[in-house]
Design a protein around this ligand. Structure first.
Ligand code: ARG
Length: 473
């Protein structure tokens, strides 16, 4: 049994009236969300300012009352910003902390603010406003990262490297082409993010607890004041819906999966076995025991943080599973995963943008590696097809030639014409044009292909689009 010291006072609580017992201290600590939802304070105040302006317009508040409320809220916001505001766990959450501070400042009038509103529509409004702002920042970070990648692709449009499948050398490609593949991945993420934003951008305010309110509220006005594009059409759905958080966490999971794949490649490529790229010293760490080491910690950490973001998506999906309509207190659990997701993905995108802007490329090593592993074997097969040999037969002939070269320990282009002719009489001396890695990439000169000309044009096209995005934002 909880003794008196384990109980907290209900008297200053907005819902204390119907209770004859005080809240157990354990319950208070268990249910309070103030430690994390105080991050919503700025948006909570923005919501209250819009709500009170609307209350004034419909005659619930006088102009004087509204002004008093606005001025007091501005003072509260300033004290939160200066960190002199005293958050009180007994007041549960950000909404009641701010409302109590308001009433402390201006007395009875402060108590009128919550007319025609519930914490259910209030919290949904706050989270949507907060996430909208974060999304526009993440959108900028994505654009900046893509700019770094695309600019590097233009510099490296004709740098030849091996392309891989199964992490085995497959066909020669240009490094710029590989970088533009990363750009495509991130471009899709950006599209997903702006699509998600469309569904975040709805105003739930006015839905009150779940059924709306008997006051003649003006939802258009709060929607305009808060800068929402649309109004939630159903009050029950408005207070219960957290799809927009799930969508944001899905976007984040996919985007982190991409960053983790890029990280993996950077880690492999910066190893001494590959030595294709070198990450800037300011982005690496050393080892306390092995003096020669330069570790790619940043891509490793980004790869590692991906798991955490997937976890947050699972948390929110599971949080919503089986919840009956409308609002349930379960929903308080949406904030920590969302806040952490926003913080983590923002950090990862920002640091990745800087990392990509400082990569040193070792063109020679890339070229050397492209010349190993018989990366032009497919070109030789295609060459035979052009000489009217069916592809399956060509494949077999080239397999035999590769086997021959491999036994001799030489490259395909080192083989003599007579040797090649032994495997297929249709081979003539023009074959050497396609056996070189330069010839191979040059021949793949179509939209989306790896030929330097294509890569240069594709890079320039992307850069123009990115620059347009930057000017618009
Ligand atoms: N802290 C709560 C949350 O995050 C605010 C809404 C509380 N509403 C309620 N009916 N208890 O969801």
């Amino acid at each position: 049994m909880a003794d008196k010291t384990d109980e907290t006072n209900n008297l200053n609580k907005s819902w204390g009236g119907r209770f004859s017992k005080k809240t157990d201290k354990l319950v208070r600590d268990f249910s309070a969300s103030i430690d994390f939802d105080k991050h919503l304070a700025k948006k909570d105040i923005e919501g209250s300012i819009a709500h009170s302006s609307m209350l004034e317009k419909i005659g619930v508040l006088t102009v004087k009352e509204k002004t008093l409320i606005h001025d007091a809220l501005a003072e509260i916001e300033a004290s939160i910003f200066e960190q002199s505001f005293k958050w009180d766990k007994d007041l549960e959450d950000v909404h009641m902390n701010i409302e109590a501070a308001l009433t402390n400042k201006i007395g009875e009038i402060g108590k009128k603010l919550h007319t025609a509103r519930s914490r259910n529509d209030q919290v949904a409004t706050d989270v949507r406003l907060w996430l909208k702002e974060k999304i526009s920042n993440i959108e900028l970070l994505l654009t900046y990262l893509r700019q770094q990648i695309v600019e590097l692709s233009i510099l490296e449009y004709k740098t030849i490297m091996p392309g891989f499948t199964h992490l085995q050398v497959a066909q020669p490609i240009t490094f710029g082409h590989h970088l533009l593949a990363w750009n495509e991945m991130l471009k899709r993420d950006q599209e997903r993010l702006s699509d998600c934003l469309k569904r975040v951008d709805y105003n739930p305010l006015g839905s009150a607890a779940l059924a709306g309110t008997g006051f003649k509220i003006d939802r258009e006005q709060t929607t305009n004041l808060l800068g929402f594009s649309k109004i939630c059409a159903n009050s029950i759905d408005a207070v219960s819906d957290r799809d927009f958080i799930i969508e944001f966490c899905s976007f984040s999971s996919i985007c982190m999966m991409h960053l983790s794949r890029i990280s993996e490649e950077l880690i492999i490529w910066s190893s001494s076995q590959f030595a294709f790229v070198s990450l800037d010293d300011s982005f690496c760490t050393g080892s306390s025991i092995m003096p020669q080491k330069k570790n790619p910690d940043i891509p490793e950490l980004v790869r590692g943080k991906t798991g955490r973001i997937y976890g947050q998506l699972m948390s929110v999906l599971t949080l919503m599973k089986s919840q009956p309509l409308a609002y349930n207190r379960d929903n308080q659990e949406d904030k920590e995963p969302l806040f952490d997701t926003v913080k983590t993905i923002s950090q990862c995108l920002e640091i990745f943008g800087k990392l990509m802007g400082n990569i040193e490329v070792n063109r020679e090593n890339m070229m050397k590696a492209a010349n190993m592993g018989y990366s032009t074997a497919t070109d030789l097969a295609d060459y035979l097809v052009k000489k009217s040999i069916p592809f399956r037969d060509a494949h077999k002939i080239v397999g035999e030639i590769v086997n021959h070269a491999s036994n001799k320990g030489c490259m395909l282009s080192d083989l003599k014409l007579e040797t090649l002719k032994r495997y297929c009489e249709h081979i003539t001396k023009d074959v050497f044009e396609i056996l070189s890695v330069e010839g191979s990439v040059k021949s793949r000169n179509h939209l989306g292909g790896t030929a330097p000309d294509q890569v240069y044009e594709a890079g320039m096209r992307e850069l123009i689009l990115i620059k347009e995005k930057i000017t618009k934002s």
